[in-house]
Design a protein around this ligand. Structure first.
Ligand code: ADP
Ligand code: MG
Length: 249
């Protein structure tokens, strides 16, 4: 059995403004194991991003607990690539090291090596505007990897891309995460993306979110996300999760 790196128990979150309370998370429970790829799917507005915001300490929880394995660190890749247009690709990738005062020769070389390994080295002195959407997402991922987090949180990392790019970049992102030996928790509203990339898919109810189902994705001939879509079990998982989401058109 693999090591448990994160345990979430009865997590709750309500947002308050002057007049009202919005209950976003009702009762979230799940564990994450080392090097697992987990996807969280659920109806729009149900509280998916809220879970990631709490785990990365950007928001405070209203109840429940979550515990990280000792020394485990978290890196958060936001929904938009949010690269700074006035900084070069390399300087964008170094920003996390700068703000945490960890920019030294060794860490800079680590980033340069990531850029080399993932086909971005020749663009290191260019600006984000000269890169395609898919390349910018890879830069955003490398920027997140630069601080060497154990667990990566990804919020709809492909949602701003067109369908073809989304397929290609989901393969890229998957390979980078596996190569680097990271644990990943990805939020998405795309059921196919979730099944094709994940070891487990967590399905949430509509707001306030509870965990409705957790699926272990077992595919024969499991390989890359694009190829996983062709596995014979794929459509059964798709139909089942689609029904869980109870989307009325
Ligand atoms: P999802 O990512 O599943 O689409 P979110 O986690 O972003 O959903 O939001 C869940 C609910 O909480 C939504 O109703 C949203 O409007 C509300 N919400 C999210 N962030 C805030 C905030 N900072 N202040 C008030 N309400 C918020
Ligand atoms: Mg969201």
């Amino acid at each position: 059995m693999k090591n448990k790196v994160l345990s979430i128990n009865h997590l709750k979150k309500s947002y308050h403004d002057k007049k009202s309370e919005i209950k976003a998370l009702d009762d979230i429970n799940f564990d994450v194991y080392e090097k697992e790829f987990i996807s969280i799917v659920g109806p729009s507005g149900c509280g998916k991003s809220t879970i990631l915001s709490i785990l990365s300490m950007l928001e405070e929880k209203s109840g429940g607990t979550f515990s990280l394995d000792k020394d485990a660190t978290i890196g958060y890749m936001l929904q938009e690539d949010s690269l700074f247009f006035w900084r070069t690709i390399l300087d964008n990738c170094l920003i996390g090291l700068e703000v945490t005062n960890k920019l030294n020769e060794e860490n800079k070389n680590y980033v340069l090596n990531l850029l080399k390994t993932y086909g971005l080295y020749e663009f290191k002195d260019k600006y984000p505007s000269s890169l395609s959407g898919g390349m910018r997402q890879r830069v955003a991922l490398i920027r997140t990897l630069a601080i060497k987090p154990d667990i990566l949180l990804l919020d709809e990392p492909m949602s701003a891309l067109d369908y073809q790019s989304r397929l290609a970049i989901s393969d890229d992102i998957y390979k980078i995460i596996k190569n680097e030996g990271k644990t990943a928790i990805m939020v998405t509203h795309d059921i196919a993306e979730a099944i094709s990339m994940s070891d487990r898919v967590i399905v949430l109810t509509k707001r306030p979110a509870k965990v409705k189902k957790i699926y272990e994705i077992k595919l024969s001939n499991k390989s890359t996300p694009i190829n996983n879509r062709k596995c014979k079990e794929f459509s059964t998982y798709y139909d089942t999760i689609w029904r869980d989401l109870d989307v009325h058109i």
